[in-house]
Design a protein around this ligand. Structure first.
Ligand code: ZN
Length: 352
């Protein structure tokens, strides 16, 4: 029997004992689906592309890597758990691979029967007639996933990948990537601001709304990055006897956030000058005014912000939003370094 369909997957072995390899399911852009073996990592799914930029030669960047890029190890971008590449295959993808093989074998068998009967039909005189029908092609099984993905290129090893939640680590070299992830958010916010700034006077209402959303997106991303990093650190600390108090919106408030970080003796806000810290806090308050009071200045905000009066609509400038994002980025970079210490520890443990 010809094994035309099965042979497409042959990577070795003999005719009677073929060794088959089924390529892993990919996104339309050619990235491979991966799935963290860590059950506690959320959301476990991510995609891995090729190395698209040069691996950084700078020592400071190389030091952040957990191991050499392009090795047979993968790192869970959400939890930092390290495993062999094949441990990152989704169980459903393994099932799917078996289905694909079955499907190809069925197709080969069907083709063989069809060929056989064609021979019979030609030989027979009278009696049985067989008209070979057009070979039915079984539709190949399809596997798809839909979710909004954030695409990143690691700034240490140049590997392209996509995540469905905040990435703490590069899945290839293991360098901390939360700062990289946040800068991608900032880049998108910058684009939103540019669109708003490009609108004419007659669309002022729409522009204000777009700026309001961009402003909110900065705080949302800032809060999310802090929550994820803090929770990750908590999960890595087995010495914590007492269960962690619910985070609620502690990371929407500089003072409350600092108390959380103080548990670990760090202060990621200490890279900000007094004026910068004040500007950061004012922007966080502004967010509450825009989000919860339709942009109308309330008593608390009027007390803290200069040049604003109770009952006025709070002013929102593109330049302020960019500055807000820049200040948040300084704090996130400090968090990235904090995670980097963990990467260094892993590396030292592996070497010894
Ligand atoms: Zn990397």
């Amino acid at each position: 029997m010809k094994m035309k369909n099965l042979k497409r997957f042959q990577t070795g072995g003999t005719r009677s004992k073929m060794q088959l390899s089924i390529p892993l399911p990919q996104t339309p852009e050619g990235r491979v689906y991966r799935f963290s073996p860590n059950e506690d990592a959320h959301p476990r799914h991510f995609v891995l592309g090729e190395q698209v930029a040069d691996s950084a030669a700078e020592e400071s960047k190389r030091e952040r890597m957990m191991h050499e890029p392009g090795s047979s190890k993968t790192i869970c971008p959400y939890s930092g758990v390290v495993g062999n590449d094949d441990e990152f295959t989704h169980p459903k993808d393994k099932e799917a691979a078996i289905k694909i093989v079955k499907h190809a074998a069925m197709q080969d068998a069907q083709d063989a029967v069809s060929d056989m009967l064609k021979g019979v039909a030609r030989k027979s005189r009278g009696g049985i007639t067989y008209k070979p029908g057009s070979r039915t092609r079984r539709p190949r099984p399809q596997f798809g996933r839909r979710d909004l993905m954030r695409l990143l290129v690691c700034d240490c090893c140049g590997r392209d990948y996509g995540v469905y939640a905040i990435a703490l680590y590069c899945p290839d070299c293991g360098a901390p990537n939360v700062s990289l992830h946040f800068s991608r958010e900032v880049e998108l916010v910058g684009r939103q601001v540019s669109i708003a700034e490009g609108l004419g006077e007659e669309q002022a209402e729409l522009a204000y709304r777009l700026l309001g959303n961009a402003h909110e997106d900065v705080l949302t991303a800032f809060e999310a990055a802090q929550k994820v990093v803090y929770s990750h650190k908590v999960s890595l600390d087995p010495s914590r006897a007492a269960p962690t108090k619910a985070i609620r919106n502690d990371f929407q408030n500089v003072e409350k956030a600092q108390k959380r970080y103080a548990e670990f003796n760090i202060d990621p806000f200490n890279g900000l000058s007094d004026a910068e810290r004040e500007a950061l806090e004012l922007n966080i308050q502004k967010r509450h005014v825009i989000g919860h009071n339709l942009g109308v200045v309330d008593a608390k905000f009027a007390e803290n912000a200069r040049n604003t009066r109770l009952g006025e609509t709070v002013e929102l400038l593109g330049s302020e939003i960019r500055e807000f994002a820049r200040l948040c980025q300084i704090v996130v970079a400090a968090l990235d370094d904090w995670i980097g210490d963990v990467a260094a520890l892993h590396r030292r443990a592996q070497k010894s």
